[in-house]
Design a binder for this molecule. Structure first.
Ligand code: 5AD
Ligand code: SF4
Length: 444
């Protein structure tokens, strides 16, 4: 074969991922699916034969981003009529045909449960808009994860969808009902990742701690039991999981934090609001007091656990007093970091249509929440100075001879370590904090 012919056989795929870690995972699986069809990933959109936008629908801003990005693709498509443009993810699921109507340059629209059929769609053997929730499980139809060495930290989706129906949230509609993958499949995928050099796995699910299923021993397992089984894999050093609902923090999961050294002392547990009135209006189905008591139990099991959270500011009906209670709760719990968002009304959700608050009020409240969270984040980072922590190196740092990895508490740590490799798990004494990272020295 001539060089030319080889070049022609290889097609280039550019994927842009918006939103959460599950989209990151899905993008990898889509890349693998397309890899089996001869596509290789490119970082350069201009040289792509196919552009896939893996979208997020959680807030209006995230969804609107798709349309501005599609608009920017017009000149590329005009100069390259064979370019295929696909929209995947939760906007695809929610808006389907509407996307093609608004943006005729889009060739394919594929939802989060149907992307295993991308190759058929490209060949014209399946409809160009596929957003149903199929009976079949996409995981049964995806190619084996590619037999290449992998980065030391990987995601693994164990659960998808959500049955909680928080009043603000599109997830139950875009990702559908809660489905747990079978334990055996998860364990096989985890073993395969570890065999290819992965030392840290983050288990993913929209409501990951609601995972349940039949275990390897034929019994019904909860999420804590699943973590115990995964922790037994030789060569796996670290386990994390995200995102959890407070009401699904079952006893066996809390005990896993006490018993399993590989389970990292880090928990993302969205609270959304500190006011019981607002929690009720949000349909979160717990009170602030219940959240505090839960945190106490988790800290009894693992005293050094670092808590992080999500907050929505300016939910319909939120008063100054409700807002003050959110600030009070943040002070009382103390978070390692947290995401806070302006409430964004989403079509089809129960809260859509409820009267919203004036923008300036919400902006001011958001600033207060973010300033407090930023102070807490800085205080937690400062408290790491002088401590010796495990750090899993992921890649070279900015400076020569430097490596960067994550601490047990998920802080990025820069370390001078000229002889180290990605995948090394080392002990590091923290010597300095910056805004979003730490610096440390190898401990002999
Ligand atoms: N508006 C603002 N924030 C939202 N989130 C989910 N839906 C909305 C919405 N409609 C936030 C929640 C959730 C996080 C992933 O996104 O805080 O925990
Ligand atoms: Fe959305 Fe999470 Fe509530 Fe489910 S539990 S509806 S994913 S915010």
């Amino acid at each position: 074969m001539t060089q030319d012919a080889t070049d022609q056989a290889v097609k280039k795929l550019f994927i842009k991922t918006y939103g959460c870690q599950m989209n990151v995972y899905d993008s990898q699986r889509m890349a693998e699916t397309m890899g089996a069809e001869g596509y290789v990933l490119t970082e350069d959109q201009a040289e792509a034969d196919m552009v896939l936008l893996n979208t997020c629908h959680i807030r209006e801003k995230a969804a609107e981003k798709l349309y501005s990005d599609l608009g920017r693709l017009r000149p590329l498509k005009a100069g390259k009529p064979d370019l295929k443009i696909g929209v995947a993810g939760c906007v695809a699921q929610a808006e389907g045909e509407e996307i093609v109507r608004r943006m005729p340059l889009v060739d394919l629209v594929v939802g989060p449960q149907t992307y295993h059929r991308l190759p058929q769609m490209l060949r014209g053997e399946a409809p160009r808009i596929l957003t149903e929730f199929p009976e079949e499980d996409k995981f049964d139809h995806l190619p084996e994860r590619r037999a290449t060495r992998r980065a030391p930290a990987a995601f693994l989706t164990v659960q998808e969808g959500c049955d909680k129906f928080c009043a603000f949230c599109v997830v139950p509609y875009t990702r559908g009902a809660e489905v747990s993958r079978p334990a055996e499949r998860i364990l096989a995928e985890a073993r395969d990742l570890v065999a290819r050099g992965v030392r840290e796995i983050t288990l993913l699910g929209q409501n990951v701690n609601g995972w349940h299923g039949q275990g390897a021993d034929g019994r019904e397992w909860g999420f804590g039991r699943l973590i115990r089984a995964i922790a037994e894999i030789d060569g796996l050093d670290r386990i994390r999981y995200t995102t959890s609902h407070p009401n699904d923090m079952a006893r066996d999961l809390i005990e896993a934090h006490r018993d399993i050294p590989a389970l990292m002392p880090y928990l993302h547990l969205p609270l959304q609001s500190g006011s019981d009135r607002i929690l009720k209006a949000m349909n979160r189905k717990h009170t602030a007091e219940q959240y505090l008591r839960l945190i106490d139990r988790i800290k009894d099991a693992r005293p050094d656990i670092l808590l992080t959270s999500d907050f929505i500011v300016g939910f319909p009906g939120e008063t100054d007093e409700d807002h003050a209670q959110t600030l009070r709760m943040i002070r009382q719990v103390g978070f390692g970091t947290a995401f806070s968002f302006k409430y964004s009304p989403r079509p089809g959700t129960p809260a859509h249509g409820r009267a919203t608050l004036p923008d300036d009020v919400v902006d001011a409240r958001l600033q207060e929440v973010q300033a407090l969270l930023q102070d807490q984040q800085q205080a937690v980072q400062d408290s790491m100075v002088g401590r010796t922590l495990g750090v899993l190196f992921e890649k070279a740092g900015r400076l020569p001879g430097q490596m960067v990895g994550k601490s047990d508490y998920l802080h990025p740590v820069f370390v001078e370590a000229p002889d180290a490799q990605p995948g090394d798990l080392v002990q590091v004494r923290i010597v300095e904090t910056a805004r979003n990272s730490l610096r440390g020295e190898l401990v002999a």
